[in-house]
Write a protein that binds this ligand. Structure first.
Ligand code: CA
Length: 230
């Protein structure tokens, strides 16, 4: 499933440029040309992140951001403010209004996309006690340790991030491209084979003490954490 980004911007050429770059990087794009429309779009179909222009007709981006933060269902929605202003005071006001990040125009699409991925990653829900559980698997995100059936699993940093991603989305199949984007995060120049290598290591670690294979390989699609099939 592609992450959905809502672009809230009244300058059509900028919207076209953003849409092109985001779609090329594997995002689905939604658009709104002003603040009222943005709030309606968000209520209809909650995006995974919002790119919000500061200078909008009628309601400013700052106000839209405040409104997004006031509604409990959108309080944690990642928001990046786009603006032509570069003043430090404006930056602080932008972040005070609840924006997660701030990008000054003109910006490079690559930098924007890297920031976008970072805010989406940061706002993924985490359990209160920092412990994720699935089947006989337990991950302590604070102590950075993982256990299977009570026994410690030894994971490298990449395998730990991979397992965390799967445990946060149990049963869901991810393609290798999606795993590259979501786990490695940056504009990964890595080959898809790299994903297979780390999946293999993760699987070996998970199965080191026996038990059913929790990682399901979905032929020509990708991988899922799934205890229902062996
Ligand atoms: Ca504008």
């Amino acid at each position: 499933m592609k992450p959905v980004v809502l672009i809230v911007e009244d300058e059509a050429p900028l919207v076209t440029m953003l849409r092109y770059n985001l779609e090329r990087e594997g995002f689905a794009v939604d658009e709104a040309a002003n603040g009222e429309e943005a709030l309606l779009r968000i209520a209809e179909r909650r995006p995974d992140a919002v790119l919000l222009d500061w200078m909008l007709p009628h309601v400013s981006g700052l106000e839209v951001c405040r409104q997004i933060r006031q509604v409990p269902s959108t309080r944690s929605l990642p928001v990046i403010m786009l603006t032509a202003r570069g003043e430090e005071g404006d930056r602080i006001r932008g972040l005070d209004s609840g924006a997660d990040d701030y990008v000054v125009k003109p910006f490079s699409p690559n930098e924007l996309i890297a920031r976008l991925r970072a805010v989406i990653r940061r706002t993924q829900p985490e359990p209160e006690d920092g412990v994720l559980r699935y089947a006989d698997l337990e991950m302590n995100l604070i102590a950075h340790r993982a256990y299977r059936a009570g026994k410690a699993i030894h994971l490298g940093p990449t395998e730990f991030r991979l397992l965390r991603h799967f445990t946060q989305n149990p049963g869901r199949v991810f393609s290798r491209e999606q795993l590259l984007h979501r786990v490695w995060g940056h504009d990964a120049e890595l080959e898809l084979r790299t994903v297979d290598v780390h999946i293999r290591r993760l699987r070996r670690a998970l199965n080191a003490n026996g038990g059913s294979d929790l990682l399901r390989t979905v032929r020509s699609v990708g991988y899922a954490l799934d205890s229902s099939e062996t």
